[in-house]
Design a protein around this ligand. Structure first.
Ligand SMILES: [Zn+2]
Length: 120
């Protein structure tokens, strides 16, 4: 498999969150992780396939080895600073749907959270 900058992005996120996953599992006295639920904002530009692959690599020979990965992608949401309209970004059109202003504030889609861990 080719290692590209894109792949590195997913690997870095998985590595950073994996330590947290194991720590949370330890606190909850989970000895086998069955499922990890992620909440990831679209802003991060995650490619689910690569993310799954990176997760499997990180999980090998840990208590998360057989865990399922669930990715919930949060769409990019903007608030117009001009008219107050809130809307989701589609087709990378960063312009207010109502007044066409480009003075926008990001209010959703930056999430990078472990929503929950299920195990036994
Ligand atoms: Zn507007």
């Amino acid at each position: 498999m080719l290692t590209t900058d894109r792949t590195m992005h997913e690997i870095a996120i998985v590595e950073n969150t994996f330590r947290i996953i194991l720590e949370v599992a330890r606190q909850q006295e989970i000895s086998k992780i069955n499922r990890v639920n992620f909440l990831i904002g679209e802003m991060h530009g995650i490619v689910p396939g690569i993310f799954h692959h990176a997760f499997e690599s990180a999980a090998a020979e840990t208590i998360a080895e057989e865990a399922d990965l669930n990715l919930e992608i949060v769409p990019i949401k903007m608030k117009c600073n001009h008219c107050g309209h809130t809307f989701f970004i589609q087709n990378s059109e960063y312009q207010c749907h109502q007044c066409k202003s480009i003075d926008l504030e990001l209010i959703g889609g930056k999430e990078l959270t472990i929503k929950s861990i299920e195990g036994e």
